[in-house]
Write a protein of this length. Structure first.
Length: 150
């Protein structure tokens, strides 16, 4: 990451994958999305793939965070690592979002600080899971899960 003001490198984030990514991942510079600037915000989502890199405010602190594809996943779609911007303008891996939520949220609601994922549960149903950020503790927790029949 480079400073917009000084153009100096502020932080380097290295990431890898346990399994090979598809050849189509990280080759198309347009396979990105930003909920901050609106770039590709309304692009079609196919198979729960929101893109290789997504910028959004995941922890509702009005700072840009990002998610980066780490695995192609199965029928639920790709798995993502989530990086949250710190007060020092660097990024830290959010363990809960990266290891528990793992899929990209279909809904990001600042009003109640929730992220909602929709992931295939079977051939005819999806599982909706809602995660909420507790403002007092600044910790995530799962607050609801249900199966929705198609």
């Amino acid at each position: 990451m480079k400073s917009k003001l000084t153009k100096l490198t502020v932080q380097t984030i290295s990431f890898g994958t346990e399994f090979p990514l598809f050849k189509s991942s990280f080759v198309d510079c347009n396979n990105v999305r930003s909920y901050t600037t609106g770039i590709n915000k309304n692009a079609e989502v196919v198979d729960n793939d929101f893109g290789d890199l997504i910028v959004a405010d995941f922890n509702f602190d009005n700072k840009e965070d990002f998610a980066i594809k780490r695995e192609e996943g199965g029928n639920g779609g790709p798995l993502y690592n989530y990086y949250i911007q710190t007060s020092g303008n660097t990024f830290r891996l959010d363990q809960f979002l990266s290891e528990t939520m793992i899929f990209f949220p279909m809904n990001i609601k600042k009003s109640n600080k929730t992220l909602t994922t929709l992931v295939h549960a079977s051939a005819v149903s999806v599982c909706e899971t809602i995660y909420k950020l507790d403002s007092a503790t600044n910790k995530w927790k799962e607050i609801g899960q249900r199966i929705i029949q198609d």
